[in-house]
Write a protein that binds this ligand. Sequence first.
Ligand SMILES: [Fe+2]
Length: 132
Amino acid sequence: MTEKLQMYRCEVCGNFVQVLLAGAGELVCCGQPMKLITPNTVEDAALEKHIPVFIKDENGKSIIQVGSTPHPMEDKHYIMFIETISGDGNRVKVEYLYPEMKPEIELEENKTGREKALAFCNIHGLWEGQSD
Ligand SMILES: [Fe+2]
């Protein structure tokens, strides 16, 4: 049984999927069940920062930045995507990022209340942050 917007990854081939509509079945890839990816919400103070934060940039624009200190965006270590989910869970937006880009996206102004943001680091996995 899956739940809407859960993320699953295949530990064999790396397929990474998100559930748009839940069903009773188990997700299987490469002959084995896919692993449910649960976002991290607590950072290790000694490591680089991953939790998405909702801030204003230097021009006053509302952005979501990955990490209170911006996360690295190098070839071997970078944020692969940022997803925003509206407070009611009915609007989802994914933006893919690539090395050398800033680890941030612009936040739409027509958000519906409390917004959730998820960021996926190619090394450190999935992280979740919330707007105020
Ligand atoms: Fe990382």
